[in-house]
Design a binder for this molecule. Sequence first.
Ligand code: FAD
Ligand code: NAG
Length: 410
Amino acid sequence: MAAPTTGVAIIGAGLSGLTLALALHRQNIPCILYESREASLDIGGAIMLSPNALKILDALGIYDKIAPLGYHFEELYFHSDDDKPVDTFEFGSQTKHAYKALRIYRYELINVLVSMVRDAGIPVQYNKKFTHVVSSSSSSVTWAFADGSSATAKLLVGADGIHSRVRKHLYPDLVPKFTNMIGVTAVVPREQLQAGPDYPLPVTIMSPKHGAFVIAPQRADGSEVLIGKQRRLQQEYDRAGWDELMENKTWCVDFLREGSADFPPIVANAVTDIPLKGINLWPFYLVPKLDTWAKGRVVILGDAAHAIPPTAGQGVNQAFEDVYTFAGVVARVRDQKQSEDDEQDAVRISKALKNWQLGRQARVDLVLDLNDKLNKRRLPDAVKAGVFEPFDMDWLYGVDFDQMIAEWAS
Ligand SMILES: Cc1cc2nc3c(=O)[nH]c(=O)nc-3n(C[C@H](O)[C@H](O)[C@H](O)COP(=O)(O)OP(=O)(O)OC[C@H]3O[C@@H](n4cnc5c(N)ncnc54)[C@H](O)[C@@H]3O)c2cc1C
Ligand SMILES: *[C@@H]1O[C@H](CO)[C@@H](O)[C@H](O)[C@H]1NC(C)=O
């Protein structure tokens, strides 16, 4: 068997995997990416990035490249079905957290990451589907691909998303759980809203009968808006079934239009003309809380470790926290290396990774608490009762990740 040449092998070249590669490269840790598709997965239009993630992307030299490509804003606004303001949620703040929030198309972020990965000379192999771990020792791990080949590395990281195959090595029977919530989104020109320049956006309008309707500007000039509706759905489909529903544009358009007369006029305007091209359907799944994200030299992170509901908009943002702190912890363990003893090395890395996971899980748990609090504020009775105190978001946006790394790897 060939000696392991790669430090870290990353399964999945999505947002987590690509960013992890750049974070490791910055720490002079050699890595390689394997992606099952012919290109990184580009799902669901644009995403929203908050200061905790933007600080990380800034430290990695990514922020300056993406900032001109997206729409900057600070608050999310919440309205009742008669268009009265009931709540705001701070998604970023220049003065308080050094960054406004940024809404950017996923493919634009991926393009920037892919070109940075290329410039850094980090190898990426596409059409390379991980299937299973073959063997694992205290110093290395070997795994197989669907094409029959195999590879070996010191660490194997599953950044392979909510339906992670790498996770099967840790949890053979685990399947993501449907939350009975779905969202359908589309893209329309902002002018179609016929809303004045002072109408607060992004806005979520809450109807006790029909669920939540979201309108969020995108593109650098905000000339385009995402429109989206979230609602409960009792029935669960398999993957082919969800794909079929998403392809059923009549169903999706009906879903978006349903009940629009009971919303303020901006919603009826938003759904007058819905281009079929930009339609997306997103069934919300979650990964139940996991006891561990590592087994020997196999680690999972991003959606593979903690896919969470989108309420607080932290899915992608938490993934960036994972990868930055993971790379930092691995680098510090290397820097403190005292011997060439594999066994000792394995003990130190697994101790540091345990601290990392507990620390990261604690943050994810706080996000889940925040999701719960936000959901309570969206209940019809709460909406009717009126205006809320804003949340203090410093714990989420204002943290020092380098200090966390130092603590976890000490
Ligand atoms: C429609 C939709 C809209 C969303 N919108 C938002 C949003 O606005 N904001 C937000 O925060 N979150 C959003 N999310 C959630 C967000 O997409 C995830 O949190 C994020 O993509 C997680 O990144 P990841 O890199 O961990 O996983 P992924 O983005 O899923 O990437 C995983 C990568 O691994 C590859 N892969 C999978 N299996 C294998 C294998 N066996 N071998 C090799 N490669 C493999 C995949 O092809 C993919 O490229 C949305 C999700 C969906 C579905
Ligand atoms: C699409 O959805 C519509 C409306 O719900 C339904 O009547 C129709 O049968 C569906 N079409 C297909 C091809 O599934």
